[in-house]
Design a binder for this molecule. Structure first.
Ligand code: KG4
Ligand code: ZN
Length: 361
């Protein structure tokens, strides 16, 4: 039987991505990243214009890399939400056109489901991208429920996966995402955007207890997170450190290293604090971690230490950050379950859902 290749597209934020996936195997995963360095964050109208320019070549490259032709595809999949509305719009418009033009069904996917299940993706044998992390590819029978933690620049959520397609959001950030907090902190001390990787590198050499940051949301009575207070606290600390005798003095390298270690520690402690609370109320025996911040080795170690449970992460950094392969992975299950749009009329009705929560249809 021929493989059910899916062409997947993600334009939820600032990366234009296309991938070819069949069930759990990734044949290509192309990402064109935008440079929003000058804005210190993602600027929606710029993101939209860049997607319009980049998406078509990215799609062609995804098909060429996989060596798959339009005739061999079983479906086109696209991220419907959540994400930046103008950015989502570009991917959805292109996916609709391609599905109709090539008479393929369209599969609309939740971006967070992609991150939540991303550790399940397996690299194709001929993949040029080596599998550099532990990943869930060897799981032959998934044990439900498992807890998936999504930690990215746009989201920070605890998701109980009762079965593929049946999700329960147990907690989420009420303000900034963890990656966003790291990026804002990085900007404060002059690191390039996105700051996560540089913070991790500095933090590995610093003292996490040198500067005290608060542990937020301890009395909230729920599993939600908040990172805005940490950012304010860091801003105050840096201001105090750089104001001596009313003249501004730059931070020393050692101060930066210790600030990174202490701030990163505080962000991850906030996550593991709520994680341990979840563990006392819900039963699960495996943890998945997805999203850009999942690249961070200190976060992985903190989660393993806090829970004592096996942790599965995506097989590559590309599968942690925003990418279309994880969308194709989820679409594979939806294809098998018949959750697809077949006629041009059905396809035309698909619209972006910028605030789509993972457990709400
Ligand atoms: O998943 P992603 O592409 O985010 C969204 O677009 O939502 O991930 C990007 C985020 C950024 O905030 C970046 O700073 C963070 O992931 N990140 C990291 C690391 N690598 C990327 N954070 C901490 N440590 C890392 N090694
Ligand atoms: Zn994302």
């Amino acid at each position: 039987m021929s493989k059910s290749y899916i062409l997947a597209i993600d334009t939820s934020c600032d990366d234009s991505s296309a991938a070819v996936v069949a069930e759990r195997t990734v044949y290509s995963n192309i990402i064109a990243s935008q440079n929003h360095q000058q804005y210190g964050g993602v600027f929606p109208t710029v993101a939209k214009a860049e997607h319009k320019k980049n998406l078509q070549p990215v799609i062609e490259e995804a098909l060429a890399t996989a060596g798959v032709t339009w005739n061999e595809l079983a479906a086109v999949a696209v991220t419907q939400g959540p994400g930046l509305a103008p950015a989502l719009e570009v991917g959805i418009t292109v996916a609709k056109q391609l599905a109709v033009e090539h008479q393929l069904p369209l599969i609309a996917v939740n971006h967070l489901a992609g991150h939540a299940l991303s550790p399940l993706a397996k690299p194709a044998l001929q993949s040029a991208e080596p599998a550099d992390h532990s990943f869930a590819a060897e799981i032959s029978e998934l044990e439900f429920p498992f807890l998936s933690i999504v930690v990215s620049g746009g989201h920070t959520e605890f998701i109980l996966v009762n079965s593929i397609g049946e999700y329960q959001r147990l907690g989420f950030t009420v303000d900034d995402a963890a990656g966003e907090a790291l990026d804002k902190f990085g900007r404060l001390i002059g690191l390039p955007y996105p700051a996560g990787p540089a913070i991790e590198a500095f933090a590995s050499r610093g003292n996490p207890h040198k500067y005290e940051f608060p542990l937020p949301m301890t009395t909230s009575g729920n599993f939600n997170l908040s990172f805005a207070g940490l950012k304010t606290s860091a801003k105050n600390s840096v201001e105090k450190m750089t104001q001596t005798n009313s003249a501004a003095t730059p931070l020393t390298d050692q101060q930066k290293i210790d600030l990174c270690a202490s701030f990163q520690f505080a962000v991850f402690r906030a996550i593991t604090y709520k994680l341990k609370k979840i563990q006392t109320e819900y039963h699960f025996s495996t943890i998945f971690l997805g999203g850009g911040v999942a690249c961070n080795l200190a976060l992985r170690a903190a989660i393993t230490e806090a829970t004592g449970l096996p942790l599965f992460v995506p097989y590559s950094k590309k599968l942690c950050v925003d990418n279309a392969a994880m969308i194709g992975l989820v679409a594979g299950w939806q294809l098998a379950a018949g959750q697809l749009l077949n006629t041009p009329d059905q396809i035309a009705k698909i619209e972006r859902l910028p605030d789509w929560e993972i457990d709400l249809d």
